[in-house]
Structures are given as structure tokens and as C-alpha cells.
Design a binder for this molecule. Structure first.
Ligand code: SF4
Length: 227
């Protein structure tokens, strides 16, 4: 839990900000750094390590991981890593796991054998994978569009819809945008009452707005954040 390049996914952020009782913008400002990926052109959110020893901010001496029940998907999956792809033949997502065998991982010395299926169940990784796959559809849509560059406004839309969920709620559910996008009453009820549904909606909304239709020129005031 030191000196990690830990990229946070939209679902990681949802779980962590709820666990810490923070609004998404407070969590993002306090615990993360954001850069635009040179290859993807998309915002990448990373957990900021702390101090000279580059410790995870959630690691406490004598206590271990203080957000254990809501730790990020990568922490749960390790020492496995997951690759997924959409399979036309199987009409769904195909997934592959490989082992990241590092000498620091003491689990390898236990002599206990796990199947991948047992590990995924034991670490409660399924809900993380489910949202990651929806996020993967968005990334795939970006690739299919071809042009890698996004404007600053488009990057802001991506960031808000996928990562800054409380800001997205304010922008979408409490602003004039609700009328503008004319969603059904059932959808509005669902995303108003359930943050997970709001996150799924946000990711799909970004996909539709940026990569599957006319690009949205957002007229709302954009807040500039220091990260
Ligand atoms: S979130 Fe928990 S498990 Fe993950 S790196 Fe930090 S302390 Fe370790």
C-alpha cells in the first residue's frame, strides 16, 4: 500500500466518497490528482500517495486499510488483474485474469490455493466489474469515433458524468438540463433515489453526448477545480 499508481474508477470513487461521508468534489480534491491521458485524451483520476514514503492515505499504522469494506477494485483484485472485452460471438463481455506475482505479496507464501472464481467471490469484486464494463463501453465508443482529442468542455463533461457524481446530480437533476433532456419520470425517479443508478446513467449519458450524437456544448457554468 505504498508508492502505487492507483487509478480510480468511477465506482471506486462512489464507494470511497460514501464511506468517508464526503461529496464527490471534496473527495476528488482531497485525495486524488487528475491528468489527461496522453494516449486516450481522457481525464485519469489517481489516488494521491502521502508523505516521504508515499503511503496510501487510507493506510494507518496498526489499523491497516481504514476503508477496507470500500477499498478500490484494484486493491480487491490484486494479485490478479482483469482484462475484459466485448465479444460479438458471445453477445456479452469476456473477461480474463492474470496473476501479478510480486515478491512483496505475502499471500503467495500462505500455501493456500484459490481459483479465480473463488477469489472474485471472496473479494466481492463483481459490482466493481459490472460498472467497469459499462465504463468500458464508453471508452470503446471514444475509440470508435476515432478522433482522440477532446475540447476542454468535453473533458469537463466526461469528468463530471463519470467521477464528480454530486456535481453531475446538481447539474442534471437540479438544473434546467432536466427539461432539456426530457427523460421519463421512471428514469428520473431511479436516478434521484439511487446513486448507483445515477452513476450508470452518468456514464451512459457521457457516451451518448460525446460519442454517439451531437457533441454537447454545455451552457452550465463550469467550476474549475484545483487538483
Ligand atoms: S485503499 Fe486500502 S488496500 Fe488499497 S492501497 Fe489503500 S490501504 Fe491499501
Amino acid at each position: 500500500c505504498h508508492d502505487l499508481n492507483l487509478i480510480l474508477t468511477p465506482y471506486d470513487i462512489l464507494r470511497l466518497k460514501k464511506c468517508l461521508g464526503l461529496k464527490s468534489w471534496d473527495f476528488l480534491k482531497r485525495y486524488t490528482s487528475v491528468h489527461v491521458g496522453p494516449g486516450s485524451g481522457l481525464p485519469v483520476v489517481m489516488l494521491k500517495m502521502e508523505g516521504a514514503d508515499m503511503k496510501c492515505p487510507f493506510l494507518e499504522t496498526g489499523k491497516g486499510c481504514t476503508v477496507y469494506d470500500d477499498r478500490p477494485g484494484a486493491c480487491r483484485t490484486y494479485p490478479l488483474a482483469r482484462i475484459s472485452c466485448r465479444s460479438k460471438d458471445r453477445n456479452g463481455v469476456e473477461e480474463f485474469y492474470y496473476i501479478v506475482k510480486e515478491p512483496d505479496c505475502l499471500g503467495f507464501q500462505d500455501g493456500v490455493e484459490w481459483t479465480v472464481e473463488e477469489w472474485v467471490k471472496n473479494q466481492e469484486i463483481k459490482p466493481y466489474n459490472e460498472i467497469n464494463d459499462i465504463f468500458g463501453e464508453l471508452l470503446q465508443a471514444k475509440i470508435e469515433v476515432g478522433d482522440p482529442s477532446l475540447t476542454a468542455d468535453q473533458i469537463e463533461i466526461f469528468y463530471r458524468g463519470c467521477y464528480d457524481l454530486d456535481e453531475f446530480r446538481r447539474f442534471f437533476l437540479k438544473g434546467p438540463n432536466l427539461d432539456r433532456y426530457l427523460e421519463s419520470g421512471e428514469i428520473i425517479r431511479k436516478i434521484t433515489n439511487d446513486e448507483l443508478e445515477l452513476l450508470k446513467y452518468g456514464i451512459r449519458w457521457v457516451k451518448k453526448r460525446l460519442f454517439q450524437g451531437t457533441c454537447l456544448t454545455c451552457k452550465a457554468t463550469h467550476r474549475t477545480r484545483q487538483t
